[in-house]
Write a protein that binds this ligand. Structure first.
Ligand code: DLL
Length: 435
């Protein structure tokens, strides 16, 4: 396949030129943040570092880290670096108010983000002749809006489907001859299975490529999707905090994702000590947004475990590559594309009058995540009347849905039947083999 680039000059820039560009941007960005974000200014002051100490990327390690806890402390406006009147959009993660990340964008931030997604679409072979079906969720989640914007920039005919309603997805895909599908890998697999059940083989399906991300997926899953849909499946990575999808994207080589490092500088650190590790080491991925205006995070700890590589890539891009994330340093689960923390479940249980004796069981059946929460009935609520149990389960499921945004299957079990642990409680049983 002839290589297509959205911004060739940047995507194939020499390492020296890239470092120069990053350094120039970093110096400006640190000043912008120091002048406009008192929260981060305090962190810098505490560490005794001033904007004048940062002359380029070589000084990045002097800056303090930002973590999800900082985002929580500063919610909602504490990390905003532009007046609200200059902001045009928010996007957000799922979760409670406390856990929710609200990211702000100026128009320039949106432009930059959409450029990143356009690079991903063109790396997957997309051109203005393509019909791009965007089946990521639209709304607060960044998946739909991000890929939608990227698709427009490439000039594809964009089908803004959002997720769900699989029958309709298939109808539009077939009738309008969608050639690129953007959604989570588990939804792609589900769409593939449904097409197969309806009698469509890979040659009957108009798709040529898929851009799948937002959750971990394996090489086996990739092969399965590629075979069923008759496509090449590309990985895409991102997080709400840094803008959304398109922080990194795969090219035809399919050996890791190129990081859009002219916008997001990546470091790998030892999660225990914070020490910056050399290329090729496994550790926590940390991003510095080099030119975002409204919500510029410096040295943001993603909690994703990853490895970076600067090996030459056959696609011609010189952008550093990240491996598929290999897990997380926290207990966040991604279930059906939604970020779920066990502590959120615990909060609901306590609010609803239950003890925190519970276990979360996650599995993947027919490429769709299943999500069960087994909870002990407290002795004072104990009943063996089936209708009462069903009512209690339903009410707890509703409370969990309200908190998490996805529906668990709740099973109430008799008091003292969930195994007690002598060490760390095993709260999560994840049967999906994702890495
Ligand atoms: O998932 C943004 C996104 C949308 C990425 C569409 C790709 C496509 P959040 O909901 O904030 O944002 O979740 C971010 O999801 O820290 C990773 O743990 C995980 N993640 C995202 N992409 C991948 C991927 C979006 N390709 C969190 N592989 C991140 C594995 C991924 N994990």
């Amino acid at each position: 396949m002839a290589q297509q680039y959205y911004q060739k000059e940047i995507e194939t820039m020499s390492a020296e030129e890239m470092r120069k560009l990053q350094s120039e941007k970093l110096v400006k960005q640190v000043k912008h943040v120091y002048d406009n974000v008192p929260y981060y200014r305090n962190l810098m002051d505490e560490k005794g570092v001033r904007p004048e100490d940062i002359h380029g990327i070589e000084d990045l390690h002097k800056l303090p880290f930002l973590s999800k806890a900082d985002l929580r402390d500063a919610y909602p406006y504490g990390l905003l670096a532009k007046p609200l009147e200059d902001c045009v959009r928010i996007q957000s993660t799922s979760g409670t108010t406390g856990r929710r990340v609200v990211a702000f964008y100026t128009q320039k931030d949106i432009d930059l983000w959409e450029d990143c997604c356009a690079r991903a679409i063109m790396a997957a072979g997309g051109t203005k002749a393509d019909v791009c079906q965007v089946a990521y969720g639209y709304g607060l989640f960044t998946g739909g809006p991000g890929l939608n914007g990227g698709s427009h920039r490439v000039g594809c005919l964009t089908l803004p489907m959002s997720s769900g309603n699989t029958e309709r997805q298939i109808q539009f895909m077939m009738d309008l001859k969608a050639s690129i599908l953007c959604c989570t890998p588990s939804y792609a697999a589900y769409i593939g299975e449904t097409l197969k059940e309806q009698g469509y083989g890979p040659d009957d399906i108009p798709l040529k490529a898929g851009i799948f991300g937002a959750e971990p997926w394996t090489e086996e899953m990739r092969r399965g999707i590629e075979e069923t849909l008759g496509i090449k499946a590309y990985d895409i990575y991102g997080l709400t905090e840094t803008s959304g999808p398109g922080v990194a994207f795969e090219c035809s080589e399919q050996t890791g994702m190129h990081i859009n490092e002219d916008h997001f500088y990546a470091e790998i650190i030892d999660p225990e000590t914070g020490e910056v590790l050399p290329e090729g080491s496994k550790g926590e991925l940390v991003f510095t947004s080099l030119d975002k205006e409204a919500f510029p995070l410096l040295r943001y700890r993603t909690r994703d475990i990853c490895v970076l590589s600067r090996k030459k890539c056959s696609c011609g891009r010189t952008l550093v590559k990240m491996a598929k994330p290999m897990g997380r340093t926290d207990d966040m689960l991604i279930i059906r594309g939604v970020n779920v923390f066990p502590s959120q479940i615990e909060t609901v249980l306590l609010n609803e009058g239950y003890q925190p004796n519970y276990q979360i069981v996650v599995d993947r059946v027919k490429n769709t995540d299943t999500f069960e929460v087994n909870v002990e009935m407290p002795p004072e609520k104990f009943t063996d009347k089936v209708s009462d149990i069903l009512t209690m389960e339903k009410s707890l499921a509703n409370a969990l849905k309200a908190m998490l945004g996805i529906n668990p299957a709740v099973h109430l079990v008799a008091p003292k039947t969930i195994a007690r642990s002598e060490g760390k409680a095993v709260r999560v049983v994840d049967k999906r083999k994702l890495v």
